[in-house]
Design a protein around this ligand. Structure first.
Ligand SMILES: O=C(O)[C@@H](CO)OP(=O)(O)O
Ligand SMILES: [Mn+2]
Ligand SMILES: [Mn+2]
Length: 546
């Protein structure tokens, strides 16, 4: 993995810093765009006075099945870190199902064999067609295949989305699904929803930001401990009336008959966690798998056959049993730098820490080289982010500035979570404040990088805060009879900025002949800035020598 010194690009005399503004895209309209509405004089100035282009950050440009698929942090950071586009989980699972490959694997065999010995087969995961963490079609295909294979009893534990799909769309999925289950049910096939709750309330925590979420999910799904309802529909309607929260924040519920939960998880059962994306799948998988487990009081661990849709962590091999082989993301930028003696520094707050480490390094949680890599996590607040839209951007900047000034690192990367995490709340004013907070930090950081003779790249992994109102099919903001907009909590299909900031006359310019450039072109650019040629098969660099 030896890199060759570039004959056209001298190494930047100072550090090269990639600044990922998570969830900050470039929208073609003004309406509902918190990025444009925010007063961000510094970002505006950088964009206007330094070389800038737009990068594709969604769809096939990041390995998703189609160009209707929005981008997300996993595919975005994978593309940044790998310098190439790999077919991603969404695509690999869909292909494995349509080719029938999934049903031939050992993991599926184990799951079916367990259920046929009398255990219940449980499917647990994010219940929508968002295609960021999961897709409801994958779930349906598995239920049908289980029925065909002669499984007698299936229970579903549904995590309501409202973050990758409309913020109050849960019933658009639940109601037709109940009708679908009615059609499947027969005397020898018993299938029902057994539990559920909002994805930001139960089960889908990530990066150990808040284990209590996972505990609440465990109690609901496994132990059947929680408020009881006759159906998911009833639970959703009741909680909406009582709490007025959007789907992702709905409390957990247990479906019960005569006071008895319909589907607790017990010895001899099989459990399939059907999300393909790993960040929010790791903690619940650990809870099912680890014999020694301290994050929360689980009670006796039920002896189940547990399978993930994919293997979520390539380093820790978690979980050991999985249905679809994850993409083999090899020869990442991080690995090249580590093996060529370039010191690296990665920083974010908890909510995005794994994005600049684990996703960036091709879904591996470990370092390539302890000695030359430093990873810093600033603990995130555990509050609704519309209440603290500045999040930890100031603290991250404090640490990053110190790292830049230290002169110890040749390559640094940071993820600022604000545009995305606040964008997901659907709160326009908070998203505007998030952007303004971020702008203040850029005004602190960029001058230090320049002072150190460094180069800064400002970019993003996908859009979010750039579209805070729901759009109709034509791309116009939807308004009801009173002219009110509906909040949009999901990512967008918009491109993202790429701004290259360095001292005068750096000796290179942005290429103009890459109209389809995307996130995967950034890695080669970074290598050029560090004075290396990009390795074989990396997507082309965005710069050329002058
Ligand atoms: O919060 C998340 O899990 C996703 C949206 O589902 O966002 P991101 O891809 O930005 O992490
Ligand atoms: Mn993101
Ligand atoms: Mn997001």
């Amino acid at each position: 993995m030896k890199l060759t010194k570039s004959s056209c690009f001298p190494a930047c005399p100072g550090p090269v810093v990639t600044i990922v503004l998570d969830g900050v895209g470039i929208s073609p309209r003004e309406d509902g765009d918190a990025v444009k509405a925010a007063r961000t004089p510094n970002l505006d100035r950088y964009m206007a006075s330094y070389p800038m282009t737009k990068l594709l950050a969604h769809g096939t440009a990041v390995g998703m099945p189609s160009d209707e698929d929005m981008g997300n942090s996993e595919v975005g950071h994978n593309a940044f870190g790998a310098g190439r586009v790999f077919a991603q989980g969404a695509k690999l699972v869909a292909e494995s199902i349509s080719s029938g490959h999934l049903w031939q694997g050992q993991a599926w065999h184990d799951v079916i064999a367990t259920a046929k010995q009398g255990g219940t087969l449980h499917f647990l995961g994010l219940f929508s067609d968002g295609n960021v963490h999961s897709h409801i079609d994958h779930l349906k295909a598995m239920i049908e295949q289980a029925k065909q294979a002669g499984v007698a009893k299936v229970r579903l534990h549904i995590l309501l989305d409202g973050r990758d799909v409309g913020e109050t769309s849960a019933l658009d999925y639940v109601d037709p699904f109940e009708a679908y289950l009615d059609g499947l049910r027969s005397t020898d096939f018993d299938v029902a929803i057994a539990s559920g709750g909002g994805r930001m309330q139960i089960t889908m925590d990530r990066y150990e930001a808040d284990w209590s979420m996972v505990k609440r999910g465990w109690d609901i799904h496994v132990l059947g401990l929680g408020r009881q309802f006759a159906s998911a529909h009833e639970a959703i309607e009741t909680f909406r009336n009582e709490t007025n929260v959007i789907d992702q924040d709905l409390p957990g519920f247990v479906i019960a008959k005569d006071g008895k939960p319909l589907g607790t998880i017990v010895d001899g059962d099989a459990v399939v966690f059907f999300n393909f994306r790993g960040d929010r799948a790791i903690e619940i998988s650990r809870a099912f798998i680890e014999e020694q487990f301290s994050p929360f009081e689980r009670g006796p661990l039920p002896k189940v056959t547990y399978a993930g849709m994919m293997q979520y962590d390539g380093d820790t091999k978690l979980p050991p049993r999985f249905l679809v082989e994850p993409p083999t993301i090899d020869r990442t930028l991080g690995e090249y730098l580590a093996k060529n003696g370039i010191s690296q520094y990665a920083i974010s707050e908890t909510q995005k820490f794994g994005h600049v480490t684990y996703f960036w390094n091709g879904n591996r949680s470990g370092k390539f080289d302890e000695a030359s890599e430093t990873y810093v996590e600033i603990p995130s607040d555990v509050v609704p982010f519309e209440q603290r839209p500045w999040m930890k951007c100031a603290e991250i900047t404090d640490a990053l500035i110190a790292a830049v000034r230290s002169g110890k690192y040749q390559y640094l990367r940071v993820n600022y979570a604000n545009g995305d995490m606040v964008g997901h709340t659907g709160n326009f004013e908070a998203a505007v404040t998030a952007m303004q907070g971020l702008d203040l930090q850029l005004a602190r950081l960029i001058p230090v990088i320049l002072e150190m003779n460094g180069t800064a790249i400002i970019t993003a992994d996908h859009g979010n805060a750039d579209e805070m109102y729901e759009l109709d099919k034509k791309g116009n903001v939807t308004r009801n009879a009173e002219g009110r907009t509906k909040a949009k909590t999901s990512h967008t299909l918009n491109p993202v900025p790429f701004v290259l900031i360095s001292r005068e006359n750096p000796g290179y310019q942005l290429r103009q002949d890459l109209p389809k450039a995307g996130l995967s072109n950034v890695a080669a650019t970074i290598l050029n800035l560090l004075g290396f040629d990009a390795p074989e098969a990396y997507d082309p660099s965005l710069i050329e020598a002058q």
